[in-house]
Design a protein around this ligand. Structure first.
Ligand code: ACO
Length: 438
């Protein structure tokens, strides 16, 4: 028997199989040979929520959840948060290596040139209800961009892919800021190409009547750090959505809209918004024990806690806590911080959370910082989606160019009715029609 293999005995037939092990995995398709007879379809795996299934090989992001390690293309997140900018990190994710000075300049200049949106997009925004959620506007508008840039459908043309990457990274802050200003009835603020990526975003969000907006350098840098931390996170729900939709060769704008739709959910990128709502519901430190009791009774979740892969500590949460201190020096402390810190302290001493390895994730503190910076809660998922576009695009292209990837198409275990004949309506018994609801 080869050393790197798994021996499986099928007790139904007594047959023995040797399955190769590579990178700590067996190939699910190798199980298909395991049959009870020649008509048997072959053995399948059942893995709802992909708890133990690798859907791809990737060279982009590495996570060791037990050790609390996160690397982008091999570089520790702590070093990138300390030394890099969001645009440099986006380049690193997409291209695979850090840019030279010259390449970085070309990339930053290119992104800056593409920040403007077609005027029809502005008119299109006017169709949304006045109180539309900015994330809903974001999802729809990113998707609409595919109708403006039809060459993005040429997904096997490297130049078309390159331009689409520039456009997406450049235009998402403009879409996000336009969506916000529309939702509060403010006239939109156009991009200022003299400012940095994050400085310009702050300008488009918060510019008032002043002739030129000057971002606070501490807040500008804090936003860079937050964007770096959110830029990629390997095969999570939204990235998997991006890869699955991309596997059908859908254009990247539309696939990004699908990924953003996944991120919108409160169990994923909507969690930072949910954390703020939770902290407001708790309201004061003395109400924390009662809230913890409800969490342990299964009535509510402690939002911003727990992660599918981090079972030690989310390294991003540690960096964010430091960023929070810097931001609060400028903005003054967010009163919700005291509730969050106390909640974290109590939870980390409680056996319910300790035994389940539930620790604060990236969303626990990011919302408190964003709120202190002046962003409304509805913008939080949008602030998550914007930098994640860099990761989604990198993952999408890697999947597209991977010769092993085909259109994604999982199997199912069918547990429904066996074949039966159609019953004319006058012969149907109420008991046979299932639910009482129409
Ligand atoms: N509060 C209370 N209990 C929790 C929480 C929580 N936040 N998270 C998990 N648990 C409990 C579960 O009830 C379960 O308990 P049980 O074993 O008694 O049934 C146990 O911990 C294991 O949890 P799972 O749901 O199996 O963990 P899973 O990996 O499926 O879920 C998830 C991960 C979705 C992040 C979950 O922890 C959660 O809902 N957290 C709150 C939402 C959140 O903060 N999401 C952001 C994630 S980070 C991101 O997307 C950027």
């Amino acid at each position: 028997m080869p050393e790197n293999s798994l021996t499986v005995t099928d007790n139904r037939t007594g047959k023995v199989y040797s399955l190769p092990i590579e990178h700590g995995t067996i190939r699910a398709m190798d199980l298909r040979q395991i049959k009870t007879d020649p008509h048997d379809f072959g053995l399948l795996t059942y893995d709802p929520a992909f708890m133990n299934t690798c859907s791809c090989q990737s060279r982009i992001t590495f996570i060791d959840g037990d050790a609390g390690i996160l690397l982008y293309r091999g570089y520790p997140i702590e070093q990138l948060a300390e030394h890099s900018t969001f645009l440099e990190t986006a380049y690193l994710l997409y291209r695979g290596s850090l840019p030279t000075r010259e390449k970085l300049k070309m990339w930053v200049d290119g992104v800056t040139r593409h920040t403007i949106l077609h005027e029809n997009i502005r008119r299109f925004l006017g169709g949304f209800h006045y109180d539309a959620h900015p994330m809903g506007i974001f999802v729809a508008t990113v998707s609409a961009l595919s109708t403006f840039y039809q060459e993005s459908k040429q997904i096997f043309d490297p130049e078309a892919r390159r331009i689409t990457f520039y456009r997406l990274v450049a235009k998402v802050p403009t879409i996000a800021a336009f969506a916000y200003r529309y939702s509060i009835g403010m006239p939109i603020a156009y991009p200022d190409n003299e400012l940095s990526y994050t400085g310009n975003f702050l300008n488009m969000m918060f510019k008032g009547t002043e002739p030129r907006y000057r971002p606070d350098p501490v807040l500008e840098r804090a936003l860079e750090v937050l964007f770096i931390l959110h830029a990629d996170h390997e095969q999570n729900c939204s990235t998997s959505a991006m890869r699955v939709v991309g596997s059908a060769h859908t254009d990247p704008f539309t696939a990004i809209a699908a990924a953003a739709a996944a991120l919108y959910g409160p169990l994923h990128g909507g969690a930072n918004e949910a954390v703020l709502k939770m902290l407001n519901v708790i309201g004061s430190k003395d109400k924390i024990p009662e809230y913890i009791r409800r969490v342990k009774a299964g009535e509510v979740k402690l939002m911003g806690f727990g992660h599918r892969v981090y079972k030690n500590y989310d390294p991003r949460a540690r960096i964010i806590k430091r960023t929070a201190d810097e931001v609060f020096e400028v903005t003054g402390k967010n009163p919700l911080l005291d509730i969050a810190l106390e909640l974290e302290r109590i939870a980390l001493e409680d056996d319910y959370f300790v035994s389940r390895k539930l620790y604060p994730n990236v969303d626990f503190y990011s919302g408190i910082i964003y709120q202190a910076m002046g962003f409304p809660t509805e913008m939080f998922p949008v602030l998550f989606a914007m930098p994640r576009v860099a990761g989604w695009m990198s993952q999408w292209e890697e999947g597209l160019l991977d010769p092993e990837q085909k259109i994604a198409r999982p199997r199912q275990i069918y547990l429904g009715a066996e074949r039966r004949d159609y019953v004319p309506i006058e012969q149907r018994e109420p008991a046979l029609t299932g639910s009482m609801l129409p």
